[in-house]
Ligand binder design. Structure first.
Ligand code: GLN
Length: 245
């Protein structure tokens, strides 16, 4: 089969609620890096009230949002909790950014507000800190041979990982999950969370391709080698952010 026959289907979770700091750009990056290789991508926007069928999707994306939008997103996610756990157990790929990331853990406890239940795909919990972590961040990611991943963070939440949930990367510059343990983001199975906005994937092509490969492997039950792309512009943007930001 040549790559023109391959396709993936993405569930974009609650774009009307969780989509700040350019997080939509992650969907564009996945779509383009697939289409440039002749791999088709179908994106379904999952709005409030939608009953998710885990058999339909290979990839789930959720952006970040302020505490207010997270309340509605938490309610919606909990309605689909069992089905999203089935998706995780079937090795579907998840990428959740910041507020979305926090809701994939057990809970997010805002300052002076009710605790928001998460759906527990990640063995992690978040509580709001006194300080807002804002700025550029770079780390080294073991899943792409310790290559760097770079982006922008803006959160007051402090996230702590437990059990088999491991960090996405080691912080080289910036705050990360909690500003203390030098971890950033999280991974369990093919579920990834991160605080990196920006959007993340356009200037981190290695990580974008890694996620695409995982989604293709899950769907086709074998490694699908990705044709190399000319990433000169992407790498320039990446290296500028790593060096100067
Ligand atoms: N409201 C959450 C926090 O401040 C998430 C913010 C975001 O998604 N940027 O930690």
């Amino acid at each position: 089969m040549n790559q023109i026959d391959f396709s993936i289907t993405i569930a974009h979770l609650y774009p009307e609620l969780l989509n700040i700091y350019g997080d939509m750009g992650n969907i564009s990056a996945i779509k383009n890096r697939c289409n440039w290789r002749g791999i088709n991508v179908n994106v379904v926007e999952i709005k409030s009230g939608y009953r998710i069928n885990p058999d339909e999707f290979d990839f789930y994306f959720m952006g970040g949002g302020q505490d207010k939008q997270q309340i509605e997103a938490s309610i919606e996610l909990l309605k689909n909790k069992e089905r999203l756990h089935r998706a995780m157990e079937s090795d579907a790929v998840f990428l959740a950014i910041c507020g979305g990331y926090q809701l994939l853990g057990h809970y997010y406890l805002p300052k002076n507000a009710e605790k928001l239940d998460g759906i527990g795909l990640l063995d992690a919990y978040t509580k709001a800190g006194d300080k807002r972590f804002i700025g550029n961040i770079t780390g080294s990611c073991p899943y792409i041979n310790n290559s760097t991943i770079t982006g922008f963070e803006n959160h007051s939440g402090l996230t702590f990982l437990k059990g088999d949930t491991k960090p996405l990367m080691k912080v080289l510059k910036g705050y990360g999950n909690n500003g203390k343990d030098k971890t950033e983001g999280a991974r369990y199975k093919n579920v990834f969370g991160t605080y990196l906005h920006g959007s993340l994937l356009p200037k981190n092509p290695k990580f974008c391709d890694y996620l695409i490969s995982l989604a293709l492997k899950r769907k086709y039950k074998c490694e699908i080698p990705l044709q190399p792309l000319n990433d000169e512009i992407e790498e320039k943007a990446h290296n500028f952010c790593v060096k100067y930001k």
